[in-house]
Design a protein around this ligand. Structure first.
Ligand SMILES: [Zn+2]
Ligand SMILES: [Zn+2]
Length: 273
């Protein structure tokens, strides 16, 4: 009998820009960008925002001694959780980091060292390997292929398409959508099993923030529809969007694209469900 391999997608952090905590942010959570993808044998992480604090428990649960971390860019909401990732404090763990940022080794070791952090990055016990690449390249890992694409964000950014276990999962966050990029993205995410997409704003809020390098949930739904994706996770929620606000936004989004949902911190999605 042929068994369809299951892949778990765990949303550790779905908030954008800044972490938040209040009685109005319980349901969708306040941790910033961090998503785990767990296959039969492998563990991949997308971004290292404050959600990375919760990602550490996956290592214990699944007895993983290695994972691949793909960074979209080095803004704080995507890397500040790195030193709070508990497996980094074990000599038996290996973290393979992938980044297309300019000189990421220097940037990361500056941030995770005194005076910003008490321990020097070079003294962290786990083995860390850094692979740099140019956005547009395809990366090969032991679990499959990872295609990359340049996004439109202040300081640059990179989107990912993970291809493994017969699934395609696309992670496109921190980008606006100039027409040429939108055309490229429609092809890039075409027919994927899951599209995780920047939905920081609503169209009604967009005018004054149009050059901040983010998208709206309406842009995400229109793109998902045109690219015929199977599921759409609305992601990178603005810090001022309360649970009630995101609930209403999700209802409106489902009217445009019924397979859309607002991603919540702590949520696990099992493919192929
Ligand atoms: Zn961000
Ligand atoms: Zn950013």
């Amino acid at each position: 009998m042929f068994l369809v391999p299951m892949v778990d997608v765990v949303f550790h952090g779905t908030r954008g820009s800044f972490p938040v905590h209040s009685p109005y942010h319980f349901k969708y959570g306040g941790h910033t960008s961090c998503v785990s993808i767990i296959t039969r044998k492998h563990w991949l992480i997308l971004d290292a925002g404050t959600g990375m604090i919760d990602a550490g428990s996956i290592a214990q649960q699944h007895k993983f001694q290695m994972c691949h971390l793909f960074l979209t860019h080095l803004h704080l909401d995507h890397i500040v959780g790195l030193p709070a990732f508990s497996p980094l404090w074990s000599t038996n763990f290996t973290l393979n980091i992938y980044s297309c940022a300019v000189n990421p080794a220097q940037q990361i070791s500056t941030l995770i060292s005194p005076p910003y952090f008490p321990v020097h990055w070079k003294d962290i016990p786990a083995t860390r390997n850094l692979t740099t690449f140019n956005a547009g390249e395809t990366l090969t890992t032991d679990q499959g292929y990872v295609d990359t694409i340049t996004l439109s964000h202040p300081g640059g950014g990179c989107g990912y398409r993970l291809r493994f276990e017969d699934y395609k999962i696309c992670y496109i966050t921190d980008t606006d959508l100039p027409k040429p990029l939108r055309m490229k993205l429609i092809k890039f995410v075409q027919g994927c099993d899951l599209l995780i997409f920047d939905s920081t704003y609503c169209d009604s809020e967009y005018g004054p923030v149009a050059d901040f390098g983010h998208s709206t949930w309406q842009m995400a739904c229109d793109l998902a529809k045109e690219a015929n994706v199977k599921r759409l996770a609305l992601f990178h929620h603005a810090p001022n969007h309360t649970d009630d606000f995101i609930d209403a936004l999700e209802i409106a989004a489902k009217k445009v694209f019924p397979r859309a949902f607002a991603a919540r911190c702590g949520q696990t999605l099992t493919l192929p469900e």
